[in-house]
Design a protein around this ligand. Sequence first.
Ligand code: DGT
Ligand code: CA
Ligand code: ZN
Length: 577
Amino acid sequence: MKNQEIANIFRKIADLLEIKGENPFRIRAYRKAAQNIEGFQKDVAETPKEELLKLPGIGQDLAEKIEEIVKTGKLKTYDELRKQVPEGLTMLVSVPGLGPKTAKLLFEKLNITGIDKLERLAKEHKLAGLPGIKKKTEDNILKGIEMLKRGRERQPLGKVLPIAENILNHLREKAPVKELSLAGSLRRWKETIKDIDILCTSTDPKKVMNVFVHLPHVKDILMHGTTKSSVVLEEGIQVDLRVVEEKSFGAALAYFTGSKAHNIRLREMALKAGLKINEYGVFKGNRRIGGEKEEDIYNILGLPYIPPELREDTGEIEAAEEGRLPTLIELTDIKGDLHVHTKYSDGSHKLPELIEAAKQRGYEYIAITDHSKGLGIAGGMNEEKILDEIKEIDAINKKLRGFKVLKGVEVDIRSDYTLDLPDEILKRLDIVIASIHSGFRQSREKLTERLIAAMKNPYVTAIAHPTGRLIGERDAYDVDIKLMLKTAKETGTALEINAYPLRLDLNDIHAKAAKEMSIPIIIGTDTHILSQFDYMSYGVHIARRGWLEKDDVLNTLDYKFLIKTFRRKTSATISHY
Ligand code: DGT
Ligand code: CA
Ligand code: ZN
C-alpha cells in the first residue's frame, strides 16, 4: 500500500515541474514511474533496488528516490520543489483540467489561492476576459471542481479493489475466518467506490476484529465491536467488516451486496408472498426458511440466481422472472487481448516478452496495437517503423505454433477528421483500432464527426476507448453517443471496452446499449507493462455489468473466426462506399 503514497509523491513532483515549465520529458518520466509503481504487484518498500531497476521507467535516479522515501518517509527533491512553488498555486493545478499556465495566470492576476474562491469567481464570470480565458474555460473549471469534490467521496474501482484484495488476503492469513467475501459496490464492480464492505463468519469474532482494526495502514478506528468494526485507511478509504452467523451468511451477503434499489425490489416480492427478508434470513412468520446461502434468497422467491454485477434494478428482476437473464461472459471465455503496446511506441517490453506472457495466461492470440505518429510524445510510429513492426511480427508468426500475433495499430483520429496513417498501410494490418488522443474540447458535432469518419474507413476494425474519460480525472468527451452507436452498427465497426482501470470505457450503460443494437464489442487492456494484462478482469466485469454474453464479445472467438469477422467489415464497407 506504500506504493500508492510513492506514486502520489511522484505525481505531485510532475505537477510542480509543470508549473515551473520544466522539460516535458522529465515530467512525463515522473508520471510514468508513478503509474508503474501503482501497477507493481509487490510492496515497493520491500523490494531490493536491483529489482526496482528492472521496473519499466525506473532508472538509477528514481530508484534512489524511492529508497529515500521508504527510509526517511520524505523526499528532498519534493520538499525543495514545494518551497519554490506557492501552495495556493499547487492547489489550483490539482483541479482536473486546469493546466499550470492558466493556474499561474489566475494566481498572479486575481490572487486566487483556494478552490472556494476559484469556484465563486468562475460562477460570477469574473475569470473570462483574462488572456486566453473564455466562458468555456470557466465552465471547464467548474466541471473540474465538481469532479474534485466528487473524487473525494468516491474513488476509482481500480484503486480500491487492489487495496480490498490485500485486506482479504491479510484476514485470510492472520484471522480465524471461515467464509469471507467482499460485499457492496465492490462486489458489484461499480466503477467508483465509496467504501469497502467485507463480510465473514468465524468461531472467534473477537480475534477477527482485533486483527482487522490493527491492519497495516489503518489511520483511524471508527468503531471496534464484535459484530461490526469500521476503520479508515491512510488512503482515505473507509472499510467496514461485519462478522455474521453462519446460518445468516447468505442473507447478509445479499443484503450488504445491494444495490439498495435491488434489495428493495426483493423485499417487496417477499412481502407479496407473505415472507420477510432481512440481513438475518428469509422468514415465514417467525420461522426461518433460508439464509445460509445467497441462492436461498432468490430460490425462495422463485427466481434464478442473479449475479452481483446485474443487481442495480435496471431490469434484472423482470428478466429473472421471465427466464431471460443473460448468461454473462466470464474471464475464461477471453481468447486473447486486442490492445497491447510494445517498445515500438510507448510500451515497456519487446514483442517476445509480451507473447510469452500472453501464452502463459493461456491466450490463443494477442493484437499488437502500437500508437501511430500523431502521438509524438508517446513515441508514435511513422510509416517506416510500422513496416518494421509488421516484418518482425510476420517472422515471429512463422515460428509460432498454436498462437497468433495479430498485426495492428492504434491509429490516431486527428482533429481534422483524418486518420494518422494512409489506407495503404492500414490495409496491411489484421486489426486497426482508432482513437482520439487530442482536441478533446472540440464541439460535440466535431468530436462525433471525427468518430464517424473513422468508422467509415473500411480498415478501421474498432474504436478504442470511445468516450475518452479518465475516471476522477477527465469526463467523457462530449460526443453524441446515439449517433456513434448507430454508425458503429451501420458500418460494422466494433467498439472497445478498454479495461484500463481508469478508463473502463465504453462504460456499463453504453456497453448495454451497444449489445441491444448487436454492435460487436472487443475488450482490450491497453497493456504497457506486463502486469497490466491482468486488467482484463476489469474489462470483463464492466462487460458483465453491461449484460454482455460470450457471443457479444469478439475476442472470445477462435483466431480464424475473429479474422473473418474483421475482414467482413472491410469488404462490406468497400463495396458500400
Ligand atoms: P458505495 O456508495 O460505493 O459504498 O455503494 P454500496 O452499494 O456499497 O453502498 P453502501 O456501502 O452504502 O451499502 C452497502 C450495501 O448495504 C448496499 O448496497 C445495500 C445495503 N444497504 C445499506 N443501507 C441500506 C438501507 O438503508 N436499506 C437497504 N435495503 N439496504 C441498505
Ligand atoms: Ca460500500
Ligand atoms: Zn492504447
